[in-house]
Design a protein around this ligand. Structure first.
Ligand SMILES: Cc1cc2nc3c(=O)[nH]c(=O)nc-3n(C[C@H](O)[C@H](O)[C@H](O)COP(=O)(O)OP(=O)(O)OC[C@H]3O[C@@H](n4cnc5c(N)ncnc54)[C@H](O)[C@@H]3O)c2cc1C
Length: 400
């Protein structure tokens, strides 16, 4: 194996390079990234770096010098085309590869008719974070469109900095479709308890002239105004450059359990763009979680080096979110669930734990700042524990 080309110099791309070297891969590696920066971590962009608590350098993903990885870095360079033997870059060069790893992530979805306005932001890249942080530092009010995790974290950061925050959500409760109505309402309460005005079941009809700020007319005719805004309404895939591979790309790159893109012999995908076959369920969810990108990179490195594959990815997917000093943790696949049960209800948000069940087996657990409980239930999710075992564990833990 002479040359591995990794496209996308973010979390999944960098981790693939690191794991390849850790597995003893002796060949050439090229890492291509369209951002000008060395690989950095995105979670702090809605948390510590947005809040100004961390210097930007602290988001660097690699400890030490990238040169130690003996990787040919091509930053500020986008891949614009690919076929079965090579990748075309926007500087006109063609990189021939023996194996290709696609780790290009996702882009933020924009609202229909979303204006290009200096005070209206999305959040994915360091530049987005800098621009939003500047707006927040000047503003007295923020409009958050979309109550997903990015919207919720930005709301928490801005509210903690003293801004008036209004949050709009199209569903009846944040995450109602994924977490269920009751847990969704609890996510909303975390915001309202901290002074955010949350308006659910509402959509933006059009943006108006905000006189320097943001103004939007909602479907019910009311108008909301703020000094600045952020749109966090999900993500889209940027897959046009992959067209000549001749594989489906609409729902992400469809991979087997080792990350090989189906229909190819030497193309792999990791991270947010990849839809891996799940090792136990057998379906192909595309999981936009930090931990998934890392786990997938480890498996792909073993596969490319021809080592025995000892690792698995996404057996129990894991996600966390930090808001108002609480860490929300989600382990497992609540998208599979047919019922939700609150396992621990201390009467306040902190310490609440919900279990998600499918066909009587625990498939996911959501915990509001209860890491010890989360870890215990995570093992039960991995084991596919039944309702009886989960309830007796809940009783045992509650009595401790
Ligand atoms: C603000 C924010 C907060 C988050 N917080 C959390 C959290 O608390 N917990 C959690 O579990 N997850 C969180 N995530 C999600 C997590 O960061 C992602 O799942 C992870 O970054 C995915 O890694 P990736 O390598 O697939 O994509 P990325 O890290 O996005 O890297 C992809 C890279 O490829 C580049 N690229 C794209 N197209 C091309 C091209 N054609 N040529 C060259 N380069 C290209 C992109 O510019 C980017 O640099 C957060 C994400 C964001 C944006």
């Amino acid at each position: 194996m002479a040359h591995v080309v990794v496209v996308g110099a973010g979390l999944g791309g960098l981790r693939t390079v690191e794991f390849l070297r850790a597995e003893g891969f002796p060949g050439r590696i090229s890492l291509v990234g369209d951002e000008p920066h060395e690989p950095y971590d995105r979670p702090p962009l809605s948390k510590q770096i947005l809040a100004g608590q961390w210097p930007e350098e602290r988001a660097a993903l690699h400890c030490g010098e990238l040169a130690d990885l003996d990787v040919s870095l091509r930053l500020g360079t986008a891949a614009v085309g690919v076929d079965s033997g090579g990748v075309e870059l926007d500087d006109g060069t063609r990189l021939r590869y023996d194996a290709l790893v696609v780790a290009t992530g996702v882009r933020p979805r924009r609202l229909p008719g979303q204006p290009d306005h200096p005070e209206l932001h999305v959040l994915r890249r360091l530049e987005d974070c800098r621009a939003l942080r500047d707006s927040i530092s000047r503003a007295r009010s923020l409009l958050v469109v979309g109550a997903g995790f990015i919207g919720a974290e930005v709301a928490a950061t801005a509210r903690t900095a003293g801004l008036e925050v209004t949050m709009l959500e199209a569903l009846s409760a944040p995450f109602a479709r994924v977490l269920g109505e009751r847990m969704g309402r609890l996510c909303a309460r975390l915001q309202t308890d901290n002074g955010v005005a949350v308006r659910c079941g509402t959509r933006i009809d059009s943006f108006l002239d905000g006189n320097g700020g943001i103004a939007a007319r909602l479907a019910d005719g009311s108008i909301v105004r703020a000094d600045c805004g952020v749109v966090g309404v999900g993500t889209v895939l940027d897959v046009g450059w992959l067209a000549r591979l001749g594989v489906p790309t609409e729902g992400g790159l469809l991979c087997d359990v080792t990350g090989l893109v189906e229909g190819t012999g030497n193309v792999y995908a990791v991270g947010d763009i990849a839809a891996w076959r799940h090792p136990t369920v057998g379906d192909r969810p595309r999981i936009e979680h930090w931990t998934s990108a890392t786990e997938q990179a480890a498996v792909v490195a073993q596969r490319i080096t021809g080592k025995q594959i000892t690792r698995q990815a996404d057996v129990v997917p894991y996600f966390w979110s930090d808001q108002y000093g609480l860490t929300l943790q989600l382990a497992g696949r609540c998208d599979l669930a047919t019922s939700v049960e609150v396992l621990h209800d201390p009467g306040v948000i902190k310490g609440t734990v919900a279990g998600y069940f499918a066909d009587g087996a625990l498939v996911a657990v959501l915990a509001f700042h209860a890491p010890r409980l989360l870890n215990r239930y995570r093992k039960l999710v991995a084991a596919g524990a039944g309702e009886h075992e989960v309830r007796s564990t809940a009783a045992e833990l509650a009595s401790q």
